[in-house]
Design a protein around this ligand. Structure first.
Ligand SMILES: *[C@@H]1O[C@H](CO)[C@@H](O)[C@H](O)[C@H]1NC(C)=O
Ligand SMILES: *[C@@H]1O[C@H](CO)[C@@H](O)[C@H](O)[C@H]1NC(C)=O
Ligand SMILES: *[C@@H]1O[C@H](CO)[C@@H](O)[C@H](O)[C@H]1NC(C)=O
Length: 376
């Protein structure tokens, strides 16, 4: 009996002495660790959620070129813990299992279990392994760049988890406790928010105003305020994305390419818009191909590219299908609106709300002459 008590006290003591950090308060995702024999480390990952839990570290910064250990669970409830690596330049993928890319499994011991609302994963490994391909060294006294990630309930596959991940720098031999929030989370939501506002609100209305409300004087200020704001949003969103990917362009990611082309087209579109404005001549009989019509079509193309970029973004980062469905719904709504307005315009070309270009121009000129005449 005494021995058991002693053992319990020892056990409790041990758990009290462990270094511990809460990285995700929403599910109380806790990382605990302890250096053993000066050459190994024991990690315990736990969270109030039934899903996979992962931890990683790198000598540089970011998910790239980092060592990972991920505790997932098989359908029968057994732990399937894997030693993984994400080599330099392989961003935004599930880390590869070491043994599949020429490395070795260096997890010495492991244990884990799940309940409907809790996951517990424990493992040990050497601080310095011999696996140059698959592992990155852990050090006690130097800062370690730690990465954590988790899945969502009932998720066994390692889909990308832009929300449920984070990074922090700490010294394994020094820290004893604390809570770290997620910093990346805010940036990604800013990126998403700015892009959605630009492409689902500002840009479509800016374009609609230019196409269907030209006979009203206020179309132009509305047009340039909406699109100027959209342009700023996209530029800031793009810079945020760039910063988030360690100030490197993610060549391997389709979303990055679509984003880049969207931004380039948007620059053209805005430039052509400014040129159109300064080249506008009220005596002209026809809308010139350059710059006006080119401006119209480049802008429409930019808008489409923007939508495709958003969709590739959802796809690449494993957003829930619901978002794609909402996107599809909004796009369908816009397309229907445009089709409706186009038909309306064809049918009632003389209606003041939707006159065609020539009609409007004439109208504006006539109005101008009339008011001038009246003033005289
Ligand atoms: C642990 O390792 C450090 C550096 O590797 C060394 O300075 C220290 O003496 C070691 N301590 C023990 C108890 O082995
Ligand atoms: C563990 O998971 C990996 C990757 O999903 C898989 O390749 C492997 O077969 C699994 N091992 C077991 C024992 O289920
Ligand atoms: C987990 O679920 C059980 C029953 O389903 C409940 O009694 C327990 O309080 C829950 N624990 C937490 C941490 O939510």
């Amino acid at each position: 009996m005494k021995i058991i008590l002693l053992f319990l006290i020892l056990l409790i003591n041990q758990s009290i002495c462990m270094n511990e950090i809460v990285v995700d308060e929403t599910v109380n995702f806790r990382i605990q660790w302890e250096i053993e024999n000066n050459d190994s480390i024991l990690f315990i990952l736990s969270a109030n959620i039934k899903t996979w839990l992962g931890i990683g570290w790198s000598n540089s910064n970011g998910m790239n070129d980092a060592d990972y250990i991920i505790g997932a669970f098989n359908n029968d409830g057994s732990l399937n813990i894997t030693d993984r690596v994400l080599p330099d330049g392989a961003k935004y993928q599930s880390p590869f299992i070491d043994s599949k890319v020429g490395g070795s499994n260096d997890i010495l011991t492991s244990y884990g279990y799940q309940t409907p609302n809790y996951t517990y994963v424990k493992f040990t490994r050497k601080l310095v392994t011999d696996d140059i391909i698959g592992d990155r060294d852990l050090t006690i006294n130097n800062p370690t760049y730690l990465i954590w990630a988790r899945g969502v309930p009932v998720q066994s596959n390692l889909r990308y988890h832009h929300e449920n991940r984070g990074e922090l720098t700490l010294t394994l031999g020094k820290v004893n406790g604390g809570t770290i929030g997620t910093s990346k989370k805010d940036y990604i939501s800013w990126h998403i928010g700015l892009m959605l506002a630009a492409f689902l609100v500002l840009m479509p209305f800016g374009i609609l105003v230019a196409r269907y409300f030209k006979q009203y004087h206020y179309w132009f200020p509305i047009h340039y305020i909406l699109l100027g704001t959209a342009f700023c949003f996209v530029a800031v969103g793009f810079v945020i994305a760039f910063m988030m990917s360690q100030r490197k362009f993610s060549k391997g990611v389709l979303h990055a390419w679509f984003g880049l082309f969207t931004v380039i087209f948007m620059v053209f579109s805005v430039t052509l818009g400014i040129v159109s404005h300064y080249m506008w001549d009220e005596t002209r009989k026809k809308v010139p191909i350059f710059p006006d019509i080119v401006h119209h079509w480049i802008s429409r193309l930019t808008f489409l590219l923007g939508l495709v970029s958003i969709w590739t973004g959802f796809h690449t980062y494993g957003a829930s299908k619901v978002y794609s469905i909402i996107l599809g719904f909004v796009v369908t709504l816009f397309v229907s609106l445009v089709v409706f307005l186009e038909i309306y315009k064809k049918k009632y070309p003389k209606e003041s709300l939707l006159g065609n270009n020539k009609f409007k121009l004439k109208n504006v000129i006539n109005e101008g002459i009339e008011t001038e005449g009246a003033n005289n």
